[in-house]
Design a protein around this ligand. Structure first.
Ligand code: URA
Length: 256
């Protein structure tokens, strides 16, 4: 199937679409031996020979998207120098190679999106899209209304920098009353734990129950993975204006 060249380069994991456009315009990309300088040009990775700086562009297999219910006890990494268990043992069971979008700590469970679509992953992790993440949290002690206010205020400092305003409320949902539901649009390192500790209520149990408006499928048990449905993929893509070319999205900008 014919696709725009910048999309092919981005899906091959070579660059963001914006960067791929720059590569095309600077004459580094050829299709069947011809330099192509037009951004609208399409090619079919299955039939056309596409090269970047003379090297064949290895086109990825079709994009694949999954929902994973990450269990507690596994690092969100593909390898660990200390030999601790990682989510790789679950990913290895899939027929395609995919990567986690963002990270959950070893002692945190919940929804993790897996994909080989680098462009979507980069956008979902980029702070400018403010992708919402919903956490259920059991904290030590009893949260008071003023703690909830502080958590949501945008005035709470963690690591010397204000945390963005969040939504914080107590939920009467399982496994028992009094859990905190926290909705964050930032993804700083160990953010929920740091925010709760900053109001004097360290986290005891933490679970992510939704990501970018996709709820964790209640039928998915911890450790299970299922393909995303077409509508769910669309929800993710719409959330980050996937079909629009954007100013450069740098790898160094992305956050969980
Ligand atoms: N906040 C945390 O503290 N840990 C996570 O894994 C995710 C969010």
């Amino acid at each position: 199937m014919k696709e725009r060249l910048q999309k092919i380069l981005a899906q091959a994991g070579l660059a963001s679409r914006r960067r791929a456009e720059e590569m095309i315009l600077s004459g580094r990309v050829k299709v069947n031996g011809e330099i192509t300088l037009t951004l609208g040009q399409k090619a079919d990775p299955a039939c056309d020979l596409i090269t970047l700086d003379g090297q064949k562009v290895k086109c990825k297999e079709d994009a694949a998207y999954f929902m994973f219910h990450k269990p507690v006890g596994y690092l969100t990494a593909l390898a660990d120098p200390y030999g601790r268990p990682t989510v790789k043992i679950f990913l290895d069971k899939l027929p395609v190679r995919v990567y986690p979008v963002g990270r959950l700590d070893k002692d945190v469970s919940g929804i993790l999106i897996l994909t080989n679509d680098g462009e979507l992953a980069r956008r979902l992790m980029h702070p400018s899209f403010e992708v919402p993440k919903v956490y259920w949290v059991k904290v030590k002690g009893q949260l008071r209304p003023e703690d909830l206010l502080l958590l949501s205020s945008g005035r709470l400092f963690i690591d010397g920098k204000k945390a963005a305003p969040a939504q914080a409320r107590l939920v009467a949902r399982p496994p028992e009353n009094g859990w905190l539901e926290l909705i964050l649009t930032e993804g700083r390192h160990r953010q929920v734990k740091k925010m709760c500790a900053a109001v004097g209520h360290p986290v005891e149990i933490l679970k992510r129950v939704a990501y970018a408006s996709l709820p964790l499928d209640p039928k998915l048990k911890a450790g299970e993975i299922r393909p995303l449905k077409t509508g769910e993929i669309k929800t993710l893509k719409d959330r980050v204006n996937y079909d629009q070319i954007l100013p450069k999205v740098r790898n160094s900008d992305v956050r969980i």
